[in-house]
Design a protein. Structure first.
Length: 135
């Protein structure tokens, strides 16, 4: 009787652990999908402001400069996720960190890049209007 109860308990425990894993995996995939979608939207909005090829090169350089300014681990994770198209689990395994840590690095990287690009836009607008009113 005790053996049967223990067996049922262990089966329920394994089943619940599997459900928890699948649920977490779905949340992680949703998070990454939304983050990637938001980055694409931000990039499109940023590029819509470009009028010619030289300004596009300037914008692309601004994005790469923003990536270079990221903290070291954050930069490595971001490059692996977006430039090398690696999955979070693969990155986590390579870096010996949890998948959640990788997702946090990606989230922080997107946030910092977005803020740097917004700052760059506001500085560009300020310089444009300053030059306009000086002449």
């Amino acid at each position: 009787m005790v053996e049967k109860n223990l067996q049922n308990y262990l089966l329920a425990m394994v089943k619940n652990a599997c459900y928890d894993y699948l649920k977490h995996k779905k949340v992680a995939e949703t998070f990454l999908s939304k983050a990637e979608h938001q980055l694409k939207i931000d990039a499109m909005e940023y590029y819509e402001l470009s009028e010619n090829e030289s300004s596009e090169n300037y914008n692309l350089q601004a994005i790469y400069d923003s990536i270079e300014k990221l903290p070291p681990k954050c930069k490595i994770v971001f490059e692996k996720a977006y430039l090398e198209k690696q999955k979070s689990a693969t990155i986590a395994e390579e870096m010996n960190v949890s998948v959640r840590t990788v997702e946090t690095h990606i989230y922080n990287a997107l946030k910092l890049i977005r803020n740097n690009l917004k700052l760059l836009k506001s500085i560009s607008a300020t310089l444009f209007f300053s030059a306009f009113f000086l002449f």
